[in-house]
Design a protein around this ligand. Structure first.
Ligand code: FMN
Length: 364
């Protein structure tokens, strides 16, 4: 069924504008009857942040911003779904066009700017499917015109606690002016103090509500020192490394499109984001688990993220170029790698290359 979906949908997607193609994909997913897959091989199971993930491959934030299709995504074989970014009030985002495909580079540039339906609509959708289980996290952000951005994050944690498996505090989107400044030490310390206090408050009634911090791959190593220091001191539950990059590697072939403003994702982000993951891993020293995101488009890329320090991975752009069958392919390649290494569990491989990676030349 997934193979058929990919064969029918992908030629059509090439004709449509990237944003229309995405909207169509989400609608088609909502309508396509997908039978549940057999359970994942136990070798793929991961325990992190107090949650049991059936497999380590998640769909990254941005694909299902409004929680329209978390269950179809879980039925496709994702081990977890991250809805959002959601802001308290609905937002239209930036003017179109604001999403660009760099086909020759297998990359995407977006400057969507947190377009989303707002907390009440998304909450209604998540509440209606809450009994179905599965790991569905909520990625939270601040409204563009918010007077107190920290209050937006706190509010969203309070609102979504009953229906969210975990929260991602997104301070790393390049498309909301000033948002990335929340990664600066004083601002981050203040934000995380408030967010973690909200987490501890809601968990008394709603149960476990782990909070993960999602960072930009564009931080300098000195800035990363500070970010990890604050995250550890404030006892977040994990970090996601990372969001899209505002850099443009010189290797990009679609130079004209590369000039579009926004965050770059997909294959050209792989080396930078994996290096930043390894740099984060050596600084975190096991204090909490990491999620690796950026350019995952094969089992080998997912395995490289794990060896750089991720216990879970997420992807988005890879789906655009490789189709929905990519999830099953990555899982099967991870199992093969596990058997070849005679490892019992993926956790045996987490971070095994991190130190060596940090000694390599800095990626372009
Ligand atoms: C079209 C698009 C929209 C995105 N929207 C969000 C978002 O709302 N919140 C967020 O934290 N990340 C967002 N991201 C970033 C992804 O979650 C991910 O961190 C990034 O794309 C790198 O992964 P990839 O190379 O597998 O796409 C978006 C990415 C794309 C391509």
């Amino acid at each position: 069924m997934i193979g058929l979906f990919d064969r029918l949908a992908r030629p059509l997607m090439r004709i449509l504008s990237p944003e229309d193609a995405h909207g169509l994909a989400v609608r088609a997913l909502a309508l396509t009857p997908l039978a549940p897959l057999p359970p994942d091989d136990p070798g793929l199971a991961v325990r992190a942040f107090g949650l049991n993930f059936p497999n380590p491959v998640g769909i990254a934030a941005g694909f299902d911003k409004n929680a329209a299709v978390p269950d179809p995504l879980l039925r496709l074989g994702f081990g977890f779904v991250e809805a959002g970014t959601v802001t308290p009030r609905a937002q239209a985002g930036n003017p179109r066009p604001r999403l660009f495909r760099l086909d020759a580079d297998e990359a995407v540039i977006n400057r969507l700017g947190f377009n989303n339906d707002g907390e009440s609509v998304v909450l209604r959708r998540l509440a209606a499917r809450a009994h179905k289980g599965g790991i569905v996290g909520v990625n939270v952000g601040a409204n563009k015109d918010s007077a107190d951005r920290g209050a937006d994050y706190v509010r969203l944690i309070e609102v979504f606690a009953p229906v969210a498996s975990y929260f991602t505090v997104n301070v790393s989107s390049p498309n909301t002016p000033g948002l990335r400044d929340l990664q600066q030490p004083d601002a981050l310390d203040d934000l995380l103090a408030r967010v973690v206090a909200a987490r501890d408050r809601v968990s008394r009634n709603a149960g476990l509500s782990p909070v993960l911090l999602k960072i930009a791959p564009d931080l300098s190593l000195a800035e990363l020192d500070d970010v990890v220091g604050v995250a550890r001191a404030r006892r977040v539950d994990g970090m996601i490394v990372g969001n899209t990059t505002i850099r443009r590697p010189s290797s990009l072939r679609e130079q004209a499109r590369a000039n579009e403003q926004g965050g770059l994702s997909g294959r050209p982000l792989f080396r930078l984001s994996t290096r930043m993951l390894a740099e984060t891993y050596v600084r975190v020293e096991g204090a909490f688990p990491l999620v690796g995101v950026g350019g995952v488009d094969s089992g080998a890329a997912a395995l490289a993220k794990i060896r750089a320090g991720a216990c879970l991975v997420q992807l988005y752009s890879g789906l655009v170029f490789h189709g929905l069958g990519l999830v099953a392919e990555i899982k099967s390649q991870l199992l093969t790698a596990l058997r070849k290494k005679r490892a019992d569990a993926l956790s045996d491989l987490v971070g095994t290359d991190a130190a060596a990676m940090t000694a390599e030349a800095w990626p372009d």
